[in-house]
Write a protein that binds this ligand. Structure first.
Ligand code: NAD
Length: 319
């Protein structure tokens, strides 16, 4: 099938992509510096002859011996807690990391797919967000480090496509959830499930009327795979367009966990988007892709994963 390099392989999405490409019969080269990832997410693959792991920071020169057919660049802090804590590393992995991997793709004549994000739309003034919307980002706000890193990533990728004729793909990922997320990385679904399992009050930032659209990881991975295999070089939104408010989400988690906590409201973080919903017409038309996992099914699978964590994991604080 070919040989694929996946950066950010020990993280949430990267580890599921490793599983997918192994399942499809590829040789997988996984790379990660473990800054937010966990080797436990891929340790089940270590015994396979067609899986290799490089402990490496992609912001420094990236060398991989042998041929490569595809590169998926997923290395980057991805949750607000992470990129607010390590803002410079976030900018570096989006800028220098992407530059290094584009250079590697050029050297190996490999097709490269980069993981962009719905955050390139910032706090969107267009709803739902289509790929031709240019976004509303505060460049100097604390979240700007992530949003602008990803916007630069898209620009340099298109420049390599135009100037060097590189085969490039850009996925704009909307909120995705599932097993192997970290309980305390600040993303709302693991945060609520963790609070339910520990019997703590639910924390809602703002009044809970802000909306999000949540995509189950298996759907996301299928969309990314189809985009990589397509011949489309412009950005494509992959996400689930079913939109809910954070208040509605709390009720769905309460139903799921059978718990009965109180809700505590805290101030909304700066530049937190008030609504988020992908327009997936393009993914539908070009890739024949649409999400198939319902929230009920996806939440149940995710809850099952978190329920089986040890108490040590459940009560672990982020450092
Ligand atoms: P994650 O934190 O679980 O995984 C990111 C991985 O990248 C980690 O294993 C981390 O150690 C690694 N990494 C970070 N900097 C690195 C560096 N300099 N060199 C090598 N490895 C490095 O996050 P995730 O949710 O799996 O996100 C993966 C990618 O998808 C990110 O690029 C993120 O921006 C993008 N994305 C994710 C979502 C989502 O909903 N999960 C949404 C939009 C975009």
């Amino acid at each position: 099938m070919g040989r694929v390099l996946i950066t950010g392989a020990a993280g949430f999405l990267g580890s599921h992509l490793c599983d997918k490409f192994i399942e499809e019969g590829f040789d997988v080269v996984a790379m990660d510096n473990l800054i937010t990832g966990d080797l436990g997410n891929i340790e089940h693959l270590f015994k396979l002859p067609n899986f290799e792991f490089y402990h490496h920071d992609v912001t420094t020169f990236v060398h991989v011996p042998g041929e490569l057919d595809y590169i998926l660049h997923f290395a980057s802090p991805a949750s607000p807690i992470d990129y607010l804590k390590i803002p410079i590393q976030t900018l570096k992995v989006g800028a220098m990391g992407t530059h290094n991997l584009l250079g590697l793709a050029k050297e190996k004549k490999a097709r490269i797919l980069i993981a962009s994000t719905s955050e390139v739309y910032g706090d969107p003034l267009v709803h739902p967000q289509t790929e031709d919307y240019y976004g509303n980002v505060n460049t100097i706000g604390p979240r700007g480090v992530y949003d602008e890193a990803k916007r630069f990533m898209e620009s340099i990728t298109m420049a390599y496509h135009r100037i060097h004729g590189l085969e490039t793909r850009i996925v704009r990922i909307f909120d995705t959830y599932g097993p192997r997320m970290r309980l305390n990385d600040g993303r709302v679904i693991p945060a609520f499930i963790g609070q339910a399992l520990r019997g703590e009050d639910f924390t809602i930032f703002g009044d809970g009327s802000q909306t999000r659209s949540f995509c189950y990881v298996d759907d996301q991975v299928e969309g990314i795979y189809k985009l990589l295999m397509s011949n489309y070089s412009y950005p494509v939104n992959i996400g689930n367009p079913e939109e809910i408010t954070i208040n509605e989400l709390v009720h769905e988690i309460l139903d799921l966990t059978g718990s009965d906590q109180k809700v505590v409201n805290k101030p909304l973080p700066k530049d937190d988007p008030s609504q988020r919903k992908p327009d997936i017409t393009k993914a539908n038309e070009i890739l024949d892709w649409f999400p198939v996992v319902s929230r009920k099914e996806g939440f149940a699978k995710t809850y099952e994963y978190f329920k089986n964590l040890s108490d040590e994991e459940l009560f672990k604080k982020e450092h």
